[in-house]
Design a protein around this ligand. Structure first.
Ligand code: SAH
Length: 421
């Protein structure tokens, strides 16, 4: 039966008075004793195992009332029968109307929280920021990244998918927005029973010459064909930190994507730069970014990073600054062991290539890997590389990727700046 839970909880006929207008809840989810704590503490996820029974016959994405084991209503959320995260909370007020107006208001409020960052009078002004960061902005499943006059939206859950139009409308209404483009082609949609959806939602087609401005730098953004929404806004703090270590350095940028780190290193006076990525189109944009910024971006190499690093090690190459920013190697807890080994391999190889006194900036964007575990993995790599190492700085998510205290899972990006004797 479509929409039926597969976890042994029972489905009983709806007996609550909520079955009225389309924006009203079409069902209720009753939690097991003790499982209401997490909702009361404003955690936005209700896992299938926390649910005792489902009342009514809510369709995927419908609003459901979340009830404590006693039957008291303690909130409302979006029902997602295909996902282990069966309900994503819209709020802890059970009477909250989940409609276009609410979603639009939340989008507008999220964008307003980025005003300081997008202030043209800021020290390093930028016209590009994440405007909406899912649960962290009370909009589970909604990501919106702004690059100049263009906003790229990604909807990752059935609950969010329902509000495509309201979300697009609110984003299009923001001052200076000319284009709202959808890039809902992330794999995570499959876990919600959704297929990919890509295309123009509002305004004019995205410009082929779209550029994100950040301080003095300009980065070409391919919103239709690039990774995720086109650019890694989340690495803003790393881009700001690189100049401190890049002057006169031989730089190795591994997992370079469109070469943003390389542009900054070049601008800071790096002696040489080698950028490695497996994506040829990404490195083609890196070359263009070199030209756009009038810097010598150095050598661009399309290669598998693991193989390329071994090759450099075998040729006894040495670098003064190594940037190591792999893709998410652990998507889930279950992949953590395997991913830990891959992170260790990469960091071990990098530390072997690091010249005495050199600096390694190493990252993990796997949410499943804690900062503590990541540090342990890098420590293990340092031990095996027989290097004496020190952490001289830490990097993480910038303010447009906030972490609610009630939702630590929003934290995924961590970086260590490590020196080696
Ligand atoms: N540091 C970049 C973002 C890196 S994202 C920035 O700030 O823009 C991770 C990159 O790793 C992607 O560009 C992807 O193409 C690349 N990648 C994934 N697997 C790879 C592999 N095995 N070898 C080399 N590059 C890989």
């Amino acid at each position: 039966m479509p929409g039926s839970p597969d976890d042994g909880s029972t489905v009983v006929p709806m007996s609550s008075p909520h079955l009225l207008a389309p924006t009203h809840p079409t069902g209720a989810v009753r939690l097991r004793p003790g499982r209401e704590r997490s909702v009361e503490r404003r955690h936005p996820w209700v896992f299938s195992g926390a649910i005792a029974s489902v009342h009514g016959d809510p369709a995927p994405g419908d609003t459901v009332v979340v009830e404590a084991s006693t039957g008291d209503a303690i909130g409302v959320g979006a029902y997602s029968p295909a996902s282990q995260i069966r309900v994503r909370m819209w709020g802890v007020d059970p009477d909250l109307a989940i409609d276009d107006a609410l979603i639009a208001a939340r989008v507008t409020a999220a964008a307003a929280r980025r005003q300081r960052l997008l202030d043209p009078a800021a020290p390093a002004p930028t016209d590009s920021a994440r405007l909406v960061f899912s649960e962290a902005d009370d909009l589970p499943g909604v990501i919106a990244d702004r690059y100049g006059d263009t906003v790229v939206v990604q909807l990752t859950t059935v609950g969010a998918d329902r509000f495509r139009d309201a979300t697009a409308g609110a984003l299009a209404a923001l001052p200076g927005v000319a284009t709202v483009f959808e890039r809902s082609d992330a794999e995570v949609r499959e876990r919600e029973g959704l297929g990919p959806q890509v295309g123009l939602l509002r305004g004019t087609s995205p410009s082929a010459d779209l550029v994100a401005h950040e301080g003095p730098w300009r980065y070409a953004v391919d919103v239709a064909g690039g990774h995720k929404t086109g650019f890694y806004l989340d690495q803003r703090e790393a881009r700001a930190a690189i100049p401190r270590f890049a002057a006169g350095a031989r730089v190795l940028n591994v997992f370079a994507y469109t070469g943003a780190f390389s542009v900054v290193a070049a601008g800071a006076g790096a002696a040489s730069i080698l950028s490695i990525d497996s994506s040829e189109p990404a490195l083609a944009i890196a070359a263009r970014n070199g030209e756009l910024n009038g810097v010598d971006i150095g050598e661009l190499k399309v290669a598998d990073a693991f193989t390329a690093l071994r090759g450099l090690r075998d040729r006894a190459r040495q670098y003064d600054l190594i940037l190591l920013d792999p893709p998410k190697l652990a998507a889930t807890d279950r992949q953590l062991d395997k991913a830990s080994r891959a992170y260790k391999d990469l960091n071990l190889l990098a530390l072997k290539l690091l010249a005495p006194g050199g600096v390694l900036m190493t990252f993990s964007c796997s949410g499943a890997m804690s900062a503590e575990l990541f540090q342990k993995v890098v420590a293990g790599a340092a031990l095996d590389a027989r290097r004496t190492t020190r952490i001289v700085g830490r990097l993480g998510q910038p303010e447009d990727h906030p972490v609610p205290l009630a939702f630590p899972e929003a934290e995924y990006l961590k970086g260590l700046i490590v020196t080696a004797d």
